[in-house]
Design a protein around this ligand. Structure first.
Ligand SMILES: [Zn+2]
Length: 303
């Protein structure tokens, strides 16, 4: 059921600070409205748009407020690729790092929560009996969700891409999340993954941005400059130096560039296998180049 301002009015409270709005519901008795105090969810506050005077009431008694979200008049063009990093949440193919303090902060929260959990267990109680535990849990989930949304918003605002290229989320789980300590891992699986998925769905609905997921196999070992694949190309977690062409760059920037080229190739070729063949072709062409003479002695003839 949709109620408009004739029978439901939204009013800002004048004094009360414990909630955000009053809903004034008209009743059959004149001048005897019912006032309902309403607290707004963080997500509702952050999501832009104008609050309408409409209130939806569903049969189970749930109240919903309605926001009008304009499709922003922005021109979107080009592709942008993001790689999930371990030091920051995303690294773009243009070399920008997003969410640098994210994992540290999550770890801080997770450690505090773990400590309380252990204390409670020692005392023979359930962790949920501790108010501090419950409060921290909800703070942490709130932090993860709002950071994910803030960071993705920042990416959209900065690049205004038509297409957003990412490694598939299973890759994120196996390659990044699984490398964190247990407590952080749990949080990222419980809140992080879902929120990333939701936010990406929202941006395609809101802005019409196409989100493309790419198989990340070997994207951290392959050189985005010449195509040479070697696990020694990755010197440390963040340094990449190609053993063939000598290209040096941030390892995650290199990986996101690989995702971007794969997205471009697979768009035409449609199939990942063919995109990989393309990469091998590029590499063999480079191999016969005079500049890479030093490698020729490494080659062994095939019978
Ligand atoms: Zn190279």
């Amino acid at each position: 059921m949709l109620l408009d301002s004739k029978c439901a009015l939204l009013e800002k409270p004048k004094k009360a600070k414990a909630f955000d709005l009053w809903i004034r519901l008209s009743t059959h008795e004149r001048r005897k409205p019912i006032y309902l105090p309403v607290g707004l969810h963080e997500y509702f506050k952050e999501r832009g748009g104008k609050l309408t005077s409409m209130v939806q009431i569903s049969e189970d008694g749930t109240l919903r407020l309605v926001k009008e979200i304009e499709r922003k008049d922005i021109v979107f063009s080009g592709d942008i690729a993001l790689d999930f990093g371990m030091e920051c949440l995303f690294v773009s193919d243009r070399g920008d790092l997003f969410g640098r303090g994210f994992y540290l902060r999550v770890k801080e929260y997770a450690d505090r929560i773990d400590r309380i959990q252990r204390e409670m267990q020692r005392a023979g109680k359930k962790p949920t009996e501790s108010k501090r535990y419950v409060r921290l849990q909800s703070k942490l989930s709130g932090y993860v969700k709002s950071e994910v949304r803030r960071i993705i918003n920042r990416v959209i605002y900065l690049y205004k891409p038509q297409r957003l290229v990412l490694e598939d989320l299973r890759g994120f789980l196996q390659r990044v999340i699984n490398n964190f300590p247990k407590s952080v891992k749990r949080v990222l699986i419980r809140f992080g993954l879902g929120e990333i998925r939701r936010k990406l769905r929202d941006i395609s609905e809101e802005y019409g941005i196409e989100v493309v997921y790419i198989n990340p196999a070997y994207s951290s070992q392959a050189c985005s400059n010449c195509g040479y694949v070697d696990k020694d190309n990755r010197r440390t977690r963040s340094e990449f130096e190609c053993k063939l062409c000598g290209k040096r760059l941030h390892a995650d920037v290199n990986a996101s560039r690989n995702l971007l080229s794969r997205a471009k190739w697979s768009l035409h070729l449609r199939r990942m296998e063919q995109a990989l063949i393309k990469q091998v072709e590029l590499f063999s062409r480079n191999l016969f180049d005079e500049r890479h003479k030093c490698l020729w002695s490494k080659a062994t003839p095939v019978d």
